[in-house]
Write a new protein. Structure first.
Length: 301
């Protein structure tokens, strides 16, 4: 098979591992920077060009679309879909997961456990928004933040008011969520491939840090999931429409709650912590699923 990895940096661990795993299984793998692609939008013969040549003959693509390039990156994925190329994660599913509010609404509608969440653009009724989310301590997030950036823990109502007013001054959309104290600064990353949790790790924030992101100094270790946690992670990925996803859970007093569903989860942390060849599992999934025109949306939506 000819498989394209859509990534802006071929040196990234995740990109390198996917290339290694694909070649090891006898496939032709090519890394393509989505930002350097340009397209012809045509009903009869849509095409994608890259560095002066037309890209053709791909059986499948693995999108590794960073949050900062979601709009153009998903446009490139959609173009591949229009050409009948199988995409591990479809463009619509990637866009859906990147919209924090939309993803929470979809999960809530299907009964997935979530932290109590408030949402606002610009409200003068800050105290009412705080009370809707259960009062301080609260986690306040910008919708566009990634890797823990734009996330603040407000330990009192007064602090929460100050943060919300500051974010409001930036004309940003704001998410206000209950703080799951019993999680003790730890979350669980469940790696889902094809509706099955294939690996899981516990991420513990460093001393005094409520965010558990590995980029912020968090530590990863193997964790044993409960059946409910495993089921919740698999269902969350399925609701988003993602075949490959990183589902972040918190252990609360009322069961697992989903914090985020990531459409381009990194491989380094999960492979290092669990010693599992997750990249190989992704390639195996493609081998079973990739057929011309198999993408359900065919670029619609």
């Amino acid at each position: 098979m000819k498989i394209g990895v859509l990534s802006g940096n071929p040196e990234l661990y995740s990109t390198r591992r996917l290339v290694e795993a694909g070649k090891k299984r006898g496939h032709e793998i090519r890394v393509v920077d989505p930002l350097r692609c340009y397209m012809t939008i045509a009903s009869q013969r849509p095409t994608i060009h890259y560095r002066g040549e037309e890209l053709s003959g791909f059986d499948a693509i693995i999108p590794r679309i960073g949050a900062s390039i979601t709009f153009y990156g998903t446009a490139v994925v959609r173009q591949f879909e229009m050409m009948g190329v199988y995409s591990v994660n479809e463009s619509v599913a990637i866009s859906r997961s990147r919209d924090k509010l939309r993803s929470l609404q979809l999960l809530a509608r299907r009964g997935i456990g979530l932290p109590v969440t408030g949402f606002a653009h610009s409200t003068q009724y800050t105290q009412d928004l705080i009370s809707l989310a259960g009062g301080a301590p609260l986690v306040i997030k910008l919708l566009e933040g990634t890797q823990g950036i734009g996330v603040v823990l407000a330990e009192t109502d007064k602090a929460a008011e100050s943060v919300i007013e500051a974010f409001r001054g930036l004309k940003e959309n704001i998410l206000v969520q209950e703080f799951i104290k019993e999680a003790q600064g730890a979350d669980i990353r469940c790696f889902v491939v094809g509706e099955k949790v294939v690996a899981a790790m516990k991420r513990q924030g460093k001393e005094g840090e409520f965010r558990s992101n590995l980029h912020r100094g968090g530590k990863a270790s193997v964790v044993r999931l409960t059946p409910e946690e495993r089921s919740t992670a698999a269902r969350a990925a399925r609701i988003m429409g993602l075949n490959v996803a990183g589902v972040d859970l918190l252990r609360s007093n009322h069961g697992p709650v989903v914090m985020e569903v990531n459409s381009s989860p990194g491989l380094e942390g999960i492979e290092t912590a669990t010693d599992k060849d997750v990249a190989d599992l992704i390639i195996q999934f493609i081998e079973k699923q990739a057929k011309p025109g198999r993408t359900r949306t065919r670029g619609q939506g």
